[in-house]
Design a protein around this ligand. Structure first.
Ligand SMILES: Nc1ncnc2c1ncn2[C@@H]1O[C@H](COP(=O)(O)OP(=O)(O)O)[C@@H](O)[C@H]1O
Ligand SMILES: [Mg+2]
Length: 297
């Protein structure tokens, strides 16, 4: 069952195409990662599916309904950061959020417990760490008990402890049965918390798949040395070796995705083998994404 269908969604800002003819389906229960470098169109996409940015063309439908129905109540988001009052406690801030969202207050304690802020609920917001502030924003997004939670770069600016707390929280929220749509420029974030993902680059969807299949993929290189028999024997001992096959004057080797070609070369040199040929037959998705990031750096 899908929660969201996006059809040819398109956004132009003057001459900039922020999102280019995007087609995407998001399944219920998934933690969907929208992965891409800065400026690739993630926030624009989230803004459009939340109805806060007008698409130039295309459409989308939530829960097989149009946005005009009350489906907005079924979606929580931290895209539009709630304005928390610094001198008010977390509890009081959430009371105000309930007033604005027109939801009753019965879930305040529950969401505070869920994000680990219940003990601190009467402390003023301004005394919170950045991570706590972000968790309160998530709590606020959960107040109306939405089916879908949309998070834009949820760990930006946080320290390592804050980052791991937020990621853990995202996984727990997913376990409670909610669908999560998360935008991130961090490959490892998507690998750690998402079940499915899509890669955006300059507004174009360039890859879509499941995280365990996508990043579990392999890279293939072709290598040759003077003594191919010896090379065949030694390369099998390489830690990320998966399999190999003979080519005409070379051996084609499959490695797990965490390998890079120069590491293989270095390792072989240390074993006394000097390659006179090395070419990459297939790059892993991880390498491809890293190159996209370099391109934008
Ligand atoms: N309000 C706007 N006016 C003009 N250009 C914009 C606006 N919002 C975003 N853009 C441009 O659209 C592209 C995509 O931006 P954005 O969706 O924010 O990317 P991301 O969230 O992936 O970093 C960028 O080139 C950005 O500069
Ligand atoms: Mg963004």
């Amino acid at each position: 069952m899908s929660v969201l269908k996006i059809n040819n969604l398109h956004k132009e800002y003057g001459r900039i195409t922020a999102v280019n003819q995007l087609n995407l389906t998001i399944e219920a229960g998934s933690v969907f990662g929208l992965l891409g470098p800065n400026g690739s169109g993630k926030t624009t996409t989230l803004g459009m599916i939340l109805g806060v940015i007008n698409p130039s063309a295309g459409n989308f439908s939530w829960f097989d309904e149009s946005m005009e129905t009350n489906s907005r109540q079924r979606i929580g988001s931290i895209l539009e950061k709630p304005n928390f009052y610094p001198n008010f406690s977390a509890y009081k801030n959430l009371q105000l959020a309930c007033l604005i969202k027109e939801t009753n207050e019965e879930r305040i304690s529950e969401v505070l417990k869920q994000v680990g802020l219940f003990e601190r609920r009467f402390d003023p917001f301004k005394t919170y760490s950045l991570g706590m502030k972000q968790r309160l924003a998530i709590a606020s997004a959960l107040l109306a008990n939405p089916e879908v939670l949309i998070l834009d770069e949820p760990t930006n600016g946080l320290d390592p402890k804050g980052i791991s707390e937020i990621r853990q929280l995202i996984l727990e929220i997913a376990l409670s049965g909610k669908t999560i749509i998360l935008a991130s420029h961090l490959l490892d974030e998507v690998q750690k918390v998402c079940s499915d993902f899509a890669i955006l680059n300059y507004g174009n969807l360039i890859y879509q798949g499941k995280v365990d299949e996508g990043f579990g993929d392999e890279m293939i290189i072709e290598i040759a040395s003077d003594d191919l028999e010896l090379l065949e024997k030694v390369v099998r001992e390489y830690p990320n070796y998966i399999s190999h096959k003979w080519q005409k004057q070379a051996i084609e080797i499959k490695f797990s995705a965490s390998t890079n070609a120069s590491e293989v070369n270095k390792w072989l040199v240390q074993k006394g083998i000097f390659l006179h040929h090395l070419s990459i037959v297939k790059k892993s998705l991880e390498q491809q994404f890293m190159e996209i990031l370099d391109e934008h750096a």
